[in-house]
Design a protein around this ligand. Structure first.
Ligand code: TXA
Ligand code: MG
Length: 331
């Protein structure tokens, strides 16, 4: 149950949305930066606040499954099946858009991303507001998504009109995105809801990402990155790299799973061996290491198993961003 204080805050936040303002709010995955999805000027402010290119579409958040029909057309049976099963929850469905969806929300595409978030404060806000809330993750473009209200303040500061504080996010990484607009379910971004779970409900195979042109900025090869370059390394290589860099007088930090034997002088965050707990902690830990002022963050690569797919995806993107940026190391 939400406290009366938080209920009052959702009313204030809904009023700000109606006036074209920006409201950051918690979801079970990460914090979102929301605007009235049917107000193009308000949505434009999201792109400005994030520094996000205009051709990157936004997810429209809804209060209930029934609202799909307002936002999408030619809705396949799979969309009803999956939304009834997984919503509220960390699954975004890409469907053919209805003409009501402003172009600025979809980046001019003929599809729209929809999701009912599984967080009581997000649902209370959506109910108080009544309409759809367009919301990307509440971070600067390309950076690590916020999982606390404090992260949102650090990232966006004055650029957001109101922040609803619902504590740390339960899931910690962004929703699974499934494209249902082409007749064949296709995974665009792995998340807490796995392909296996989706296939079990749909009774048909889901094709993987990687085919065709990237349509989602979350699919940009380099994304979800701290400012400090990230290196994704196996346990043994990580130990060797840590020694080598320290010997060169570099300041390094490490995000580890099994590695314990790290040299003195290395900031270390030991991660949970459970992929769900790991995901919940990941972005806050990366932010903490980013703030240490080190030259590089060495990350121990998680196992290759399916349960780690979403975490591995985020780490691989963070590491590619580091490569593209370059960290001046002679490796
Ligand atoms: O968990 C989440 O999904 C969070 C919370 C706030 O709901 N939101 C989030 O939004 O991660 P954002 O904008 O940071 O990432 C959404 C992804 C982007 O990669 C975007 O391109 C993709 O969803 N997307 C949105 N609409 C799409 C569409 N019509 N077709 C393909 N991809 C789409
Ligand atoms: Mg994002």
């Amino acid at each position: 149950m939400l406290s009366q204080e938080l209920r009052n805050q959702t009313q204030t936040a809904a009023a700000i949305l109606r006036q074209g303002g920006l409201v950051a709010f918690p979801t079970e995955t990460v914090y979102g930066l929301g605007a009235d999805a049917e107000n193009p000027q308000a949505v434009a402010r999201i792109f400005a606040a994030k520094g996000r290119p205009a051709d990157h579409p936004l997810i429209v958040h809804l209060a209930s499954v029934a609202q799909i029909a307002h936002w999408a057309e030619d809705i396949p049976p799979a969309a009803w099946t999956l939304s009834r099963h997984f919503w509220p929850g960390p699954l975004t469905l890409i469907l053919r858009r209805s003409p009501r969806v402003p172009d600025i929300v979809t980046g001019g595409q003929d599809t729209v991303g929809l999701r009912v978030p599984g967080h009581p404060l997000a649902l209370a806000l959506l109910e108080a507001f009544g309409g759809g809330i367009a919301a990307p993750s509440a971070n600067r473009f390309g950076r690590v998504s916020p999982t606390t209200a404090a992260h949102v303040r650090e990232e966006l500061g004055e650029n957001v009109d109101f922040i609803l504080d619902g504590g740390p996010c339960r899931v910690g990484i962004e929703s699974t995105i499934l494209d249902l607009s082409t007749g064949r379910p296709r995974l665009l971004r792995p998340g807490a809801i796995s392909v296996a779970e989706i296939e079990a409900i749909l009774d048909e195979p889901v094709t993987g990402a990687g085919q065709g042109a990237p349509r989602a900025p979350g699919m940009l090869r380099a994304h979800y990155a701290p400012r400090t370059p990230v290196w994704l390394l196996s346990a043994d290589v990580l130990e060797i790299e840590a020694r080598r860099r320290l010997a060169q007088g570099r300041r390094i930090a490490a995000l580890t799973l099994s590695v314990t034997a790290l040299p003195e002088g290395c900031d270390r965050q030991a991660m949970s061996p459970d992929p769900t707990d790991y995901a919940r902690e990941l972005y806050a830990r990366l932010r903490a290491l980013d703030a240490t002022g080190c030259d590089a963050i060495l990350v121990e690569a998680p196992p290759q198993e399916a349960a780690w797919q979403a975490v591995r995806d985020r780490l691989e993107r963070a590491a590619r961003a580091g490569l593209e940026q370059g960290d001046g190391a002679d490796a």
